[in-house]
Design a protein around this ligand. Sequence first.
Ligand code: ZN
Length: 282
Amino acid sequence: MDKEFRECLIITGIICLCTGLFSMAYHMGWLAQDSSLLGTLARSIYGPDVRQEMNRLQLVKETTPEIPRITALCYHEVRPDRKEDFLNVPPEVFRRHIQEFKKAGYKFIDVSDLQQFRMGTAELPEKAVLISFDDGYADNYTYAYPILLEEQVPGTFFVVSGTVGHDNRMTADELREMQANGMKIGSHTVSHENLAEMGVQSINFEMRESRAALEKVLGKPVYALAYPEGKANDAVLASVKKHYDMAFLAEVSPEEKQTMYTLQRYGVFSWNEHIESIFRNR
Ligand SMILES: [Zn+2]
C-alpha cells in the first residue's frame, strides 16, 4: 500500500469517526445547547431540536387527553436595551425564536384556538405553540407586536387592568389597535398582587374587576387569565372557574397534571438564545 493511499484511508477514517460521534451526540440530545459550536452546527444540519418537548407533549396526551397539547411560552419585556434584565428578551432574539419554531414545523395559536378546542369546535395543530406576554409592558406594543405582524403570528397579551396606560405600560388605544389586528388580550388581574396570599373576597374582586375593566376597553369578551407570579391555590382555582374559561401558570412541571385552569407555560428569559434552551426552563 503506498503512503498516499494509507494517509487518505486514515483521514477518511477520522472523518467517519467524527461524523459518527457527532451524529450519536445529536441523537443522544447532547447538542441541544444554545450557542456552542457543536450546538450551532447541529442546528444548522438538523434544524431546532424539539424532541424533548415532543416527548413531554406525548406524556400530556397520555395522562390528560382532554387538555390541549401545546407548547405555551410566557415572555415579559421585549426591548433592545436592558440586556442585564433576565425578564427581557431582545427583539432580534424574539424574532429568532419565532423563526426557529417555524423551521421546526410549528403552527402558532392563541387563546381563541384554545377556546374552540375547549368547546369541541376545532382541533389543534400537531405542533402548536402559543406565544404570550405578561404584565402589559409598553415595549410589547413597540417591539413585539410589529414582529408578530411581520411574521404573521398571533400573540396573547395578559394585561394588568389597573396599570393600563401607566408609565411603561400599554395604553387602551394600543390594546384596541392590537386586538383589531388579530392579537388577543387576557387578564393578569387588577393589581398584579399574588392571589394565593389573598382572602376570597379580594380574589373574587381581582378576577371580576379586571375582566370587566378590560372588556370595557376592548369591547369583547375576556375569557383567559394568567396568575400573577404564576401562583394559584384552591381558593384561587375556585374563583377563577367562575370568571374565566382558562388560566395559565408561569412554569412547566411535566409530572403535574394540568387542567384548563392550570395550563403550563415556559417562562422565556434573557439567556434563551435559541428555542431548545426554553424547554429546559423549569
Ligand atoms: Zn406578571
